[in-house]
Ligand binder design. Structure first.
Ligand SMILES: Cc1ncc(COP(=O)(O)O)c(C=O)c1O
Length: 438
């Protein structure tokens, strides 16, 4: 291996060990999952479904894929007569595209959550009159919004929107919506307008498996989840569907959308699913939420405006406008301080997707390290101190001025003693809560 590449991997391992991983979609997987993902299973091709393949040498990998399917149905307490699962999707975005390809024809209508309100790009995204994603180019997409005052979904409004737009597919879920989705309401609305209901629970998968967020299955036609977020598995996705839809989903994944499945990932998913059924995981999922609630309450004590007034999940979305700064400035300064978050758009954002007004913080990874309420209080204090240090900031409109000002800001903060002092405190905290990256 190139020595430089080897060193870069080692540096990344050190960074992950010494900083607080607080991007809500990130997590540390289990050493056993990493071993499976790096195993000889990577060498095998297996197009098709178990016992219906196009290649030889399938006996063992068929059993692995079947085991993963069984674990998936078990982890979410599903009756195999009513539900099926496809475990081959490479990740969340291809999984969603495969679902659309299975259920829709080009030009059919999709109703999903607006991106700045917490939705996801793969649910169709148009910006400034331009169709950005392939789903927006292929299908007619319209969006529902959160209530501008509360930041919470208003189901009567979604119903009105659905009756007007008449989608063939109604989607719930997103990347930055801190409240539980009322799947019962979404399923009812979909039925009323004759649409399929897809619950994209990519973020909540582990919270649902751990029994601390409500399950969407009773009200959904299809449920998609990524496996690498709260579920702590490898990077991949699961597509669950009512049995009668399963042949469409399977055919859409292969040959419709993908080639050979990644059997190494499938083995890794099976391990994460096994672990998600343990008492330890239930405890973990509960603590993830307790930590996020504490973080949200503490941040509010420091005068932060938290979207929707709190959280039911693993993430907190902060509106930084009352602090007269931007998500861009705060996220960069926090990184210098060893707190790795992401800048994010918020409902009715006055900034742009690249320079948004919000900050998104998540607790899944720091909870894996064993951190609890006490550490959340400390982290909220550090976030507040960093924001104070950053002070009033805005993104200049003029291109040249913006380039210069932001470059100077970045150059200045990496030398800022106050931020570097917090970084060394963060490093000490991380040492107290080590993670097994072996
Ligand atoms: C709700 C939702 N759906 C889909 C995806 C896409 O997953 P991936 O990044 O694996 O393509 C994400 C990723 O963050 C997500 O949050």
């Amino acid at each position: 291996m190139n020595q430089n590449l080897k060193s870069l991997i080692a540096q990344e391992e050190k960074r992950q060990a010494e900083t607080l991983m607080m991007i809500p979609s990130e997590n540390y997987t289990y050493p056993e999952v990493r071993a499976a993902v790096g195993s000889v299973l990577m060498h095998k091709y297996a197009e098709g479904q178990p016992n219906k393949r196009y290649y030889q040498g399938m006996g063992i990998v068929d059993r692995i894929e079947q085991y993963c399917e069984d674990q998936a149905l078990k982890a979410f307490k599903l009756n195999p007569k009513k539900w099926g699962v496809n475990v081959q999707a490479y990740s969340g975005t291809p999984a969603n595209l495969a679902i659309y390809n299975a259920l829709l024809e080009p030009g059919d209508r999709i109703l999903s959550m607006y991106l700045s309100d917490g939705g996801h790009l793969s649910h169709g995204w148009e910006y400034g009159g331009k169709k950005i994603t392939s789903s927006a180019k292929t299908y007619k997409v319209s969006f529902y919004h959160v209530d501008p005052k509360t930041g919470v979904l208003n189901y009567a409004e979604i119903e009105k929107e659905a009756k007007k737009f008449r989608p063939k597919l109604l989607i719930s879920g997103g990347t930055a919506y801190p409240r539980e989705i009322k799947h019962f309401e979404m399923g009812r609305i979909a039925k009323e307008v004759g649409a399929y209901y897809l619950a994209d629970v990519s973020h909540e998968a582990g919270l649902i498996a751990g029994g601390v967020n409500k399950s969407p299955f009773a009200y959904s036609d299809v449920v998609m989840m990524t496996t690498h977020k709260t579920l702590r598995g490898p990077r991949a996705a699961l597509i669950f569907a009512r049995s009668k839809l399963m042949p469409l989903i399977d055919a859409s994944i292969f040959p419709g959308f993908q080639g050979g499945p990644h059997l190494h990932s499938i083995a890794g998913i099976a391990i994460a699913l096994e672990k998600s059924q343990t008492a330890g995981f239930e405890k973990y999922a509960k603590q993830v939420i307790k930590n996020a609630k504490t973080l949200s309450a503490e941040l509010q004590k420091y005068g932060f405006k938290v979207i929707s007034g709190g959280t039911d999940k693993h993430l907190v979305l902060v509106d930084l406008r009352n602090k007269r700064t931007t998500g861009w400035h705060v996220a960069w300064a926090l990184e210098v301080a060893g707190i790795v978050t992401n800048r994010n758009t918020i409902p009715n954002d006055t900034g742009s997707p690249y320079y948004p007004s919000g900050l998104r913080l998540g607790t899944p990874a720091i909870t894996v390290r064993g951190m609890k309420e006490r550490e959340m209080k400390q982290i909220a204090k550090w976030v507040s101190d960093v924001v104070e240090r950053v002070g009033t900031q805005k993104v200049p409109e003029d291109d040249e001025q913006r380039r210069k000002t932001l470059k100077k800001f970045k150059a200045d903060i990496v030398k800022d003693k106050f931020l570097l002092e917090i970084r060394s405190e963060v490093k000490k905290l991380c040492k107290k809560f080590p993670i097994d990256l072996s």
